[in-house]
Ligand binder design. Structure first.
Ligand SMILES: Cc1cc2nc3c(=O)[nH]c(=O)nc-3n(C[C@H](O)[C@H](O)[C@H](O)COP(=O)(O)OP(=O)(O)OC[C@H]3O[C@@H](n4cnc5c(N)ncnc54)[C@H](O)[C@@H]3O)c2cc1C
Length: 363
């Protein structure tokens, strides 16, 4: 049996464990440095399932991930299928239309909405500036903790071992291939290491003696407003791609974001009060009806991107047995099922994976 060690117990690592365990051909251990899984991006996101995206390869993963969340073949998970409403203006609107056309070809149920339709569904958009809108009924908001737990529980039911408070500190290689990983507790033999270490993914590559690809952890804040009785919990999430904001119903109020992106070292980020000012300015300018909302609580998380903003998935050609499942950026909730399936499938469809290979970031 092949010994596989997955480093990172977030959505990427958990999904790979879940799908890899289906074959029954691997002895799998997931190592997570924190005492709980989901402490980092996988527990700090906006939980939105999104199928309208600008790149073709990503669109296929989003579509497959969204289908998994809707159909729930492995475990039940709460999914509020209230749809998404993407808004844009000028060049952004042309690009959104193209993304929607591509998604339609993939079978996504997106439709162009008039301004009147948008306002009827989400009345706070009455004074909002935007040129065009795309509504997708099959998007929505998933219970992220349930999704993460589901992957882990499903994997454990097929013999996968999860060790928390288990930080990987080194990777042993011999004759051009992976042999073991080192932790504070000692050495664990491994034929294959899956790098699902989120913002620390390139540190792990360094431990294996590999030159680091460029990965960029970008901090983003989310805010939850006080209770607001004018919010209808069945609103779709609304995302204006040109203005750079999104909002959706959350806990009787709204979850708000001004799409901030600030480069950060890998860490557990603190909130920055300056971004709260940006948020207030953003909503005052673009959605006056939502200006001045009192904020109940806020947090920040890291979205980690490849240098060209793409995912990094699949075997590393420089070291046999080193496999990437990293840089899921702002799409890791939606795509985690597809990423898990793709990475676990051994990359037998090269045409699907070429765009995600680490090689492109090493040139
Ligand atoms: C504010 C915000 C909003 C977002 N909104 C959405 C959204 O609405 N929809 C969507 O699809 N996506 C969204 N995302 C993106 C999504 O959350 C991420 O893409 C996804 O969670 C990444 O999962 P991951 O497992 O790769 O990384 P992580 O969740 O960061 O997990 C990596 C894990 O590896 C562990 N680790 C690292 N190094 C080691 C080591 N040496 N040893 C052992 N363990 C180690 C870490 O402790 C961590 O738990 C959002 C992200 C943020 C921050």
């Amino acid at each position: 049996m092949q010994k596989t060690v997955i480093v990172g117990g977030g959505l990427a690592g958990a999904a790979v464990a879940c799908f890899l365990s289906h074959s029954g051909q691997h002895a799998i251990t997931v190592l997570e440095q924190e005492t709980l899984c989901g402490v980092h991006a996988s527990g700090r996101n906006a939980a939105m399932i999104r199928q309208i995206v600008p790149s073709e390869s990503l669109a296929a993963l989003c579509r497959e991930g969204a289908r998994y969340v809707r159909e729930q073949p492995d475990f039940p998970v709460d999914f509020q299928r209230h749809g998404s409403l993407f808004l844009a203006s000028d060049d952004g609107w042309q690009s959104l239309r193209r993304s929607a056309e591509r998604a339609t070809l993939l079978g996504v149920d997106c439709v162009i909405w008039s301004r009147e339709q948008c306002i009827e569904r989400v009345p706070v958009l009455a004074e909002a500036a935007f040129e065009g809108a795309v509504y997708t009924a099959s998007d929505g908001v998933v219970d992220v903790a349930g999704l993460l737990q589901g992957f882990h529980a499903s994997a454990r039911s097929r013999g996968v071992e999860l060790r928390t408070a288990a930080k990987v500190t080194g990777i042993v290689r011999k004759n051009g291939r992976v042999r073991a990983v080192l932790t504070d507790d000692g050495e664990l033999p491994a034929d294959q290491v899956v790098d699902a270490a989120g913002p620390w993914a390139s540190d792990l590559a360094s431990m294996a003696g590999l030159a680091r690809p460029e990965l960029r952890p970008l901090r983003r804040h989310l805010y939850v407003s006080e209770l607001d009785l004018t919010v209808d919990p069945s609103w779709p999430y609304v995302w204006n791609l040109s203005a750079g904001y999104y909002f959706r119903p959350e806990s009787g109020g709204l979850l708000l974001c001004c799409c901030d992106e600030d480069l950060s070292p890998p860490c557990t980020p603190e909130t920055d009060p300056e971004v709260a000012e940006r948020l207030a300015e953003c909503f005052a300018r673009w959605v006056p009806a939502l200006a001045g909302h009192a904020i109940r609580h806020s947090w920040a998380g890291l979205r980690t991107f490849g240098g060209d903003r793409g995912f990094v998935l699949g075997p590393d050609p420089r070291l046999e047995g080193f496999v990437w499942a990293a840089a899921l950026g702002g799409h890791g909730v939606t795509c985690s099922p597809a990423v898990g399936r793709l990475v676990a499938g051994g990359f037998d469809k090269p045409e699907l994976c070429a765009g995600f290979s680490v090689e492109r970031l090493l040139l």
